[in-house]
Ligand binder design. Structure first.
Ligand code: 6PG
Length: 466
């Protein structure tokens, strides 16, 4: 059997890592780059893998060298450069060829580009690739959106290069056009919430509990050996264990407390709201990053009002239970957005398979995903993860823990945006009758918007309208 062949344009960090991964797995890879010198450097770096790689000096040469139907990965920014790239290649490709955007793209752009290429008989694939450089090089988790024809060409390649959970390759065709990029966006939203939740607990442990950073690192490492095991938990234990070589200060203390963001967390929130949903935990994480960037303002507020916080000695086991419950809720919010989008865009997303391919290779891989995949396969009541019988124990124990953590943190002056959002989400959900009757009364009072009654069918107005 001849090796499958693919073209890759753009040898930046992720592009180079993906190309090497493919070459190592026996895929025949042809590459090119905007600056041709990078191709030579890359071929040098490839060492013995270069025998599966062919370098081209130009994009035209790369396209001409690919067998039909062509598979061409573009590892370039998914913004204006991607549109420019498509302008260049459309005329050089033939019907049946596929262009693959393997970056983090806004799925609306992916849908637009897929429609544009379809007019030329071409396929456009939005491929969400998670796992950073290491994942791209040795096995990412991948979320593909595109036509069945393009999947037929890509599947043999993607299954070879994907991370494996046991024997299971972590790649799925999520649905057509933007489905893969959308699933990747929600993946990143969950990533944001999980990272922020961990940061909040770090703050409580280190500054509330007055612990040495090495002890905090050890706690995260310990948690990572239990039910909270996840890549982000492991990463946290690791980064907190570093000291600055010359000063021996905890390295974390030398990092400016201003978080960057490239947009995927924000897109998740925007889409959730568009879909009539709320991803309050993800929104809280995006907000925390935005506020973190307002460093100067925070300094002024601290100077004006003070930054006092009381000591807060929270039990480590209590924090573990609280995080576990919050983690169930943050994934539940992610899957709720996926379900809403699947319905809106008629994608037919398979939540079970999505949970399965997040179990290895990606940034949000976590032990909990085994249970999540199984809970979803068992079709939980109302389709909601938090109603799955297998999570009832975690929530029964975890919610009181979460409540204690959030209330004691608030009393002592610690901000816990994501943990608080989790608790609020839960407290709203568990009230069969909430406060919206008053909202409806207000809407009717000032705008004659009408409301439903609890005792009669129909549309009604209040006695304030005579
Ligand atoms: C992944 C990551 C990755 C993302 C970074 C940074 O799944 O490999 O999600 O795609 O780009 O995590 O994202 P921010 O810069 O927005 O934090």
């Amino acid at each position: 059997m001849t090796a499958p062949t693919i073209g890759l344009y753009g040898l930046g960090t992720m592009g180079a890592a993906l190309a090497l991964n493919m070459a190592e797995k026996g895929v025949s890879v042809q590459v090119a780059n905007r600056t041709a010198s990078a191709v030579l450097r890359f071929m040098d770096r490839a060492g013995s893998l270069a025998e599966n790689i062919q370098g081209h000096q130009t994009l035209g040469g790369l396209i001409a060298g690919l067998p039909a139907p062509r598979l061409l990965v573009a590892m370039i920014p998914s913004t204006a450069p991607m549109d420019g790239f498509l302008d260049d290649v459309i005329g050089q490709l033939s019907p049946g060829d596929t262009v693959i955007d393997a970056g983090n793209a806004d799925f609306h752009d992916t849908r637009r580009r897929a429609a544009r290429l379809a007019e030329h008989g071409l396929h456009f694939v939005g491929l969400g690739v998670s796992g950073g450089e290491e994942g791209a090089r040795h096995g990412p988790s991948m979320m593909m959106g595109g036509s069945p024809e393009s999947w037929a060409g890509l599947e043999p390649i993607l299954t070879r290069i994907a991370a494996k959970h046991g024997e299971d390759p972590c790649v799925v065709r999520c649905g057509p056009d933007g489905a893969g990029h959308f699933v990747k966006t929600v993946h990143n939203g969950i990533e944001y919430a999980d990272m922020q939740m961990i940061a909040e607990v770090y703050d409580l442990l280190r500054f509330g509990g007055g612990r040495d950073v090495r002890d905090v690192s050890a706690i995260f490492k310990d948690w990572n050996a239990g039910r909270l095991e996840s890549y982000l938990m492991e990463t946290t234990g690791e980064v907190l264990s570093y000291a600055d070589a010359p000063t021996n200060l905890p390295f974390i203390d030398l990092i400016e407390d201003k978080a960057g963001q490239k947009g995927t967390g924000r897109w998740t929130v925007i889409e959730a709201v568009r879909l009539g949903q709320s991803a309050s935990m993800i929104e809280a994480a995006v907000a925390a990053r935005a506020w973190s960037a307002e460093k100067a303002l925070r300094g002024v507020v601290e100077e004006t009002f003070g930054a006092d916080r009381a000591d807060l000695d929270l039990d480590v086991g209590l924090l573990e239970q609280a995080m576990l419950a919050a983690r169930v809720l943050e994934y539940a919010q992610g899957f709720r957005i996926l379900a809403a989008a699947s319905q809106e865009y008629d994608w037919g997303l398979d939540p079970v398979r999505i949970a399965q391919i997040w179990r290895a290779g990606c940034i949000i891989r976590a032990r909990l995903l085994d249970d999540i995949a199984e809970a979803l396969a068992e079709e939980p009541p109302e389709g909601q993860l938090f109603l799955a019988p297998r999570f009832s124990g975690v929530l029964m124990q975890g919610i009181p823990a979460l409540r204690e953590v959030v209330t004691r943190a608030a009393e002592a002056g610690y901000a816990t945006p994501v943990l608080s959002a989790a608790l609020t989400f839960w407290d709203v959900l568990r009230q069969g009758r909430g406060t919206a009757s008053l909202i409806q009364a207000q809407r009717d009072f000032f705008g004659r918007h009408g409301f439903e009654r609890t005792d009669q069918d129909g549309d009604f107005h209040g006695p304030w309208w005579k």
